[in-house]
Design a protein around this ligand. Structure first.
Ligand SMILES: [Zn+2]
Length: 248
């Protein structure tokens, strides 16, 4: 009898944890989103090359400040003390495939430059005290660019002044280098040709490291975290760093 009560109690605890996990998931946090756009795609492009592909945004610059730090593809710090969470979008977290590319993209456009922000009037801050805003560089909406480039997923969390589905689907490319409607989810798996049998290198989507297929770490890795690469370059381009034990 006592034993059963104890079980009921632990069940309750599990339920509470599950409910809080769900509410955290609905905040502006990681969703596990990933993409496999190589960072090399942008390495030969200047910020103005990228900006020239887009037309001016309808968003209004409400404040201007210099970007002093790029945390990842959807969070930057400004010299006015504000931490900005790009509203309406979500990019890969540290250690997740695509993290480096999305971060580099934002660095190229924003870091050490004066940027404009249009703060979400419906909800100014997220639960971490970050300012929810559209980031505007040279009159262009960077949040929208992240979606159109496939570097972010839509994260629409009403109430919001902004409707990111319009950014993803709207035709605001000046030179339509690729179809705007289908470009939002380019997370189709290019590496699907690399299987566990043929791949020479194995990455850990959790740690962001990659290994020789024969490395001891690979056998300890959980299957869900394994990412397979045929070449070393493939792994590097996707932002993985070499393991210091097997030195791939
Ligand atoms: Zn290793």
């Amino acid at each position: 009898m006592k034993f059963q009560k104890k079980h009921l109690f632990s069940l309750l605890i599990i339920l509470i944890i599950a409910i809080s996990a769900i509410s955290i998931a609905s905040a502006y946090t990681g969703t596990g989103f990933s993409h496999n756009i190589p960072s090399s795609k942008y390495s030969d492009m200047s910020d103005s090359d990228i900006l020239s592909k887009y037309s001016d945004t309808d968003c209004h610059v409400e404040e201007k400040a210099v970007c002093t730090n790029v945390v990842d593809g959807d969070t930057i710090y400004l010299d006015n003390g504000k931490k900005i969470r790009f509203v309406g979008v979500n990019t890969p977290e540290r250690g997740v495939e695509g993290y480096i590319t999305s971060k580099n993209f934002v660095q190229k456009l924003c870091l050490n430059k004066e940027v404009g922000i249009d703060i979400d009037n419906s909800k100014n801050n997220d639960r971490y005290g970050r300012t929810l805003a559209v980031v505007i560089v040279d009159g262009k909406n960077v949040n929208e660019m992240l979606l159109k480039e496939g570097l972010a997923e839509i994260m629409y969390m009403p109430p919001s002044e902004f409707y990111p589905y319009d950014w993803a689907n709207g035709d605001t490319h000046v030179a339509s280098s690729h179809s705007s409607s289908s470009s939002t989810h380019t997370a189709t798996d290019d590496t699907s040709t690399s299987t566990s049998d043929s791949a020479s290198y194995v990455g850990n989507a959790n740690s962001g490291k990659f290994h020789e297929a024969s490395c001891k770490s690979v056998s300890k890795m959980s299957e869900g975290n394994k990412v397979f690469f045929n070449t070393r370059d493939e792994a590097i381009n996707q932002g993985y760093v070499p393991c210091q034990i097997c030195n791939p």
